[in-house]
Each structure stands twice: as C-alpha cells, then as structure tokens.
Design a protein around this ligand. Structure first.
Ligand code: HAM
Length: 441
C-alpha cells in the first residue's frame, strides 16, 4: 500500500461569486469612455465660468441632511443609508446629495468670509430608491454651487452654463428647461397656513393619508393622485398668489436675462423640487428620451441653508447634473467616445534570443511615441502572432506595429493600418513616428 500523498493541495469547495449591491453599478471600460468625455466637457465649461473644484466627504453626520434637506422629505424619511459609527455611536449617513456638505464646508472654513465663491464637485451619491432605468441607489452627480451671490444674475448664469454644456455635447435639442419661483420662506409659510386652513375646512373630503399629512407636510397633499380629492385640490390656495413683490421681481429679472441670452424656457408653476432648502428660483432640465426618469439636471436658489446649518445668513444658488442620465441621453443621441490607442505593438519570433530583441524594439518604439504624446499599447503576456493581431484589432488602435523575426534582425518595424485600407510597409524602428506622421504632436 502506498503511503498517503501529503504533498497534494487540499481541494477547496468552489465559492459562489459575489455580486454588486442592487442599484449600484459598475462602469466598465467600454462605457467609461463616454463618462470621461462627458466629465471632460463639464470640467471645461465649468472652468469657462470660473467655477473651481472642491471636494467634500461622502460620509457626513446624519443631522446635516436632516437639517439641510428637511425632516419630512422623501430623501430623509425613506432613502438615506444611515449607520452608527462603531466607536462612538454617532449617526452617520452616505451623502444623498452634495449641497448640504458643501455648505457645511463653506461655514466650517469660512469660505465666503471676504468674497463669494463658485465651486463644483463630482462623485457618487446614495439614495435607497427603487432601482429602474435612470434611477439607482448609487448614482453620480456633478454638483455646482455659487455661494454668497444674491442673484438673479448668478441664477441665469448657471442656466446659461448648462445650456452651453448641452450645446458642447450635442444634446441641446433633446432637453427642455422648466423654471419656477417658489418664493421666500415667509411666502411659503403664509401659503402653508392658508393651505392648512383650506384643508381643515374640507377635512371630510381628505383620505386617511392626507389627514396624516395635514399635520406634518400639508404641501404633499397637493401631490395626491386620489381622484376623489382632485376637484378639492384644484381649488386650494396657490403658492404663486402668496409670493411677494421682491421674489416676483427677482424671478422677472431671471427670465429677462434668459430671454437676453436666447435661452428658451417654460414657466412651470407646479415645479417645486423634492428638497426643502429651496427658495425663489427653481429649475430643471428634462428630456423625453429616457422614459419616467427624464430630469437630467435640477437646482435652484437656497438662501436659508447657511442659517439652517448654523452659519451666518448668506445667499446661494446651485444645481446638480445626474451623470447616469446624461450618459443614457448621450448614448441615445448617438454620441460616441473612443479611448483607442494610436498603435498596438505586436512582437514575436521563434528563436528566444530574437524574440527578446523584438520585445526590446517594441518597448523602444512605444516609449518614443509616448514621448511625443501618443497612446501606445505593447502586447504583453506573449501569444502567437495571430492572437496578438486579434488583440491589436480589439484595442481599437489605428495601426499595428509589427516586430517579427525579420524586423527584429534588421531593426525594422512593419506598419499595418487597421482602420483604413493600405498596404503593410516596413520602416526603420527609429523612424516610426515620422512614418506615421505623428512624430511631433
Ligand atoms: P436632485 O434633483 O435631488 O437635486 O438631483 C439632481 C439630479 O440628480 C436629478 O435631476 C437626477 O438627474 C439625478 N438623480 C437624483 N436621484 C437619482 C437617482 N436615484 N438615480 C440617478 N440619478 C439621480 C439635488 O441633489 C440638489 N443637491 C441639486 C442642487 C445643487 N441644488 C442646489 N445645488
């Protein structure tokens, strides 16, 4: 009998693969090219208007969002990823949006002490919503804030910035602008009081849900879809009638500036936005191309938020673009982005010494082309000539640069166009840049 084999590796049961969290998506390299194209365009346009980058944490104290966004909003009531810090029990939340964090940072670092600031940030946000096309649990925003400006010029400037971005991206015809004024806090308080009085007078028509809302958030009753309540709702006091002259004048000026800039818009008196910090100007850019989740960017003025978060009173206006929705819209509009290299270098030879020389030449020509600013991929990990040529093609490169047996021996490179017709031709290894006409970019 043979002794047991103690050198064999123990067999491990195969583990089941793990999956990403529902509603939180990977962005794979093929898709990421379009993301980068969009982000590059956004960064460029933001710089044109003097906006500077600022970065804030993804995790903030829960109280920041409760106070900033509003206790009775959907986001705070239902959608936040909240957890306790294991060490001290502090309640923390993954940011559902960036405005509250930016204002916190502005207060903490006295950013608007001696001058207003135009800032932007980009990154993931988290909301526990029901995932569907255009709505995710981790999604990305480009968030733009003008801090310390009382407008209305800056309100219109931000809208013009977005209009320019849509033009740059070639989607200006796919989006429409909706604007509204929701007045100031005291206008809304007066409206709310009038609403409560009105609904109390019609309490018998209110359904169960609406009676509950009457105490906490009577405005939400206006969103009710209950057919039995519709005619009563239609007769309710309107916010627009409660808005005072100062706010109205502000809105008139925003509209005049948009007219001057040739930016088309629709005044939508039903546009209210889902976060509580807004006042005066609110706006959204919407598209019909994405189904139910058609708002690609939204924002407005929030002149009470600094105080709400414990700072001195200050004025501000901002917006955020939903990046996933923009990417869907760009893809729908046929906008492509490629991140293909200029060349893919294929190298191979039967004789190991010649193969080493071929690899050396491959690296040398690639580095020379990179010195001139070009993207070049050198085949790595071996593979025969045929499979290397397949990879060259899959990389999207314009040229395959081939260093085979013959070339390695004579210090040459064969250039093969991959995207256009043209014969393969050999040139001295050091002349590849000139031969491709890309030596000095
Ligand atoms: P928001 O309207 O909640 O505003 O979000 C802005 C944009 O983010 C939306 O128009 C949409 O494109 C995108 N978005 C929101 N939720 C999701 C989701 N679950 N999945 C995919 N995309 C989504 C804000 O967040 C404000 N902080 C904007 C702002 C900045 N207001 C003033 N300054």
């Amino acid at each position: 009998m043979n002794p047991p084999d103690t050198t064999a590796a123990p067999t491990r049961p195969r583990l089941s693969p793990l999956k990403a969290v529902r509603g939180m998506n990977d962005v794979l390299p093929d898709e990421a090219a379009l993301w980068q194209r969009f982000e590059d365009a956004a960064r460029r346009v933001l710089a044109m208007y003097g906006y500077r980058n600022l970065r804030v944490p993804i995790v903030e104290p829960t109280a920041l969002f409760v106070r900033g966004i509003g206790e009775h909003t959907d986001v705070v009531e239902k959608e936040m990823y909240t957890f306790e810090d294991r060490l001290n029990g502090e309640s923390l939340t993954l940011r559902p949006e960036a405005t509250a964090g930016i204002v916190r940072a502005a207060i903490e670092h006295n950013l608007t002490y001696d001058r207003p600031q135009r800032v932007w940030t980009a990154g993931p946000m988290f909301r526990h919503e029901r995932p569907q096309k255009g709505r995710y649990r981790q999604f990305h925003q480009i968030d733009v804030e003008a801090l310390g400006f009382d407008g209305p010029d800056v309100d219109a400037e931000q809208i013009a910035l977005l209009a320019r971005l849509w033009r740059e991206l070639g989607v200006a015809d796919s989006v429409r602008l909706h604007v509204n004024s929701i007045g100031d806090r005291h206008d809304r308080l007066a409206h709310r009081a009038a609403l409560v009085a009105y609904f109390r007078a019609h309490e018998s028509t209110l359904d169960e849900d609406s009676r509950r809302r009457l105490a906490v958030n009577p405005l939400r009753i206006l969103d009710s879809k209950n057919p039995a309540m519709q005619s009563m709702i239609e007769g309710a006091p309107r916010l627009v009638d409660a808005i005072r002259d100062e706010s109205l004048a502000h809105f008139e000026e925003v509209k005049r500036l948009l007219d001057d800039a040739g930016i088309g818009y629709r005044v939508d008196p039903r546009l209210v936005r889902g976060l509580d910090y807004y006042n005066r100007t609110v706006f959204e850019w919407v598209t019909d191309r994405l189904g139910a989740q058609g708002t690609v960017a939204g924002g407005g003025r929030y002149d009470d938020l600094f105080e709400q978060l414990g700072g001195k009173r200050d004025f501000a206006c901002g917006f955020a673009i939903g990046v996933e929705r923009m990417i869907l819209l760009l893809a729908d509009a046929g906008v492509h982005a490629a991140d293909a290299p200029l060349a893919y270098v294929v190298h191979d030879a039967k004789d190991p010494a010649v193969a080493r020389e071929a690899a050396r030449i491959a690296t040398r020509i690639a580095e020379r082309l990179r010195d001139a600013g070009h993207a070049v991929v050198v085949n790595a990990g071996g593979g025969g000539f045929k499979s290397q040529m397949k990879r060259a093609d899959a990389s999207g490169a314009r040229y395959a640069l081939i260093v085979g047996e013959e070339e390695a021996k004579s210090g040459a490179v064969a250039i093969k166009p991959l995207r256009e017709p043209g014969a393969q031709r050999a040139v001295p290894a050091d002349d590849v840049g000139e031969a491709l006409n890309v030596a000095d970019r």
